[in-house]
Design a protein around this ligand. Structure first.
Ligand code: HEC
Length: 140
């Protein structure tokens, strides 16, 4: 009876071991299978390969000043809402006399009714700057 019980016990242990080994190899197989899709590639990382880096740059690269202006700034600067310097007018010639550094700082931090970053929370400083240049260049 005792012998039988320990044999059963050993058998049970054996089954459990086999099952866990099996689970481990399945897991490895799964990791191996999903690896190519889940590999992380940073911009500028050599392991990405040139094609991947180029794709990243064109898909998620900086927006042009015109794009940022059209989507984020035009709402106010297109018509001059709340005293906003109006696109395509001498308003911008007056503003640009302050110098780009000042304009950029004021656009980033906000000034009077001008909200910080013109409400474009995900705009980089360079994108904000490009949008300002687009508006300054429009000055008639
Ligand atoms: C909610 C309206 C609004 C939006 C949106 C907006 N602006 Fe403005 N902006 C203003 C107003 C109003 C002023 C005038 C502030 C003042 O000088 O009293 C202004 C002024 C500015 C100035 C001049 C700052 C200075 O020092 O004279 C810059 C540069 C500027 N905005 C850039 C931007 C850019 C870039 C965007 C888009 C990313 C943007 N704004 C979006 C309302 C807006």
């Amino acid at each position: 009876m005792n012998k039988f019980a320990s044999a059963l016990c050993a058998l049970g242990l054996g089954v459990a071991l086999v099952a866990s080994v099996q689970a481990a190899t399945d897991e490895e197989k799964i990791i191996e299978r999903i690896k190519p899709a889940g590999s992380v590639c940073m911009v500028g990382d050599d392991s990405c390969g040139g094609a991947a880096a180029a794709a990243t740059a064109s898909a998620g690269g900086a927006r042009s000043g015109e794009e940022v202006y059209n989507t984020k700034c035009m709402a106010c600067h297109g018509t001059g809402v709340a005293g906003a310097p109006k696109f395509g007018t001498s308003d911008w010639a007056d503003r640009s006399a302050k110098g780009m550094d000042t304009l950029l700082q004021n656009a980033i931090n906000g000034i009077n009714a001008m909200p910080p970053r013109g409400t474009c929370a995900d705009c980089s400083d360079d994108e904000i700057k490009a949008a300002i240049e687009h508006m300054v260049n429009s000055a008639g």
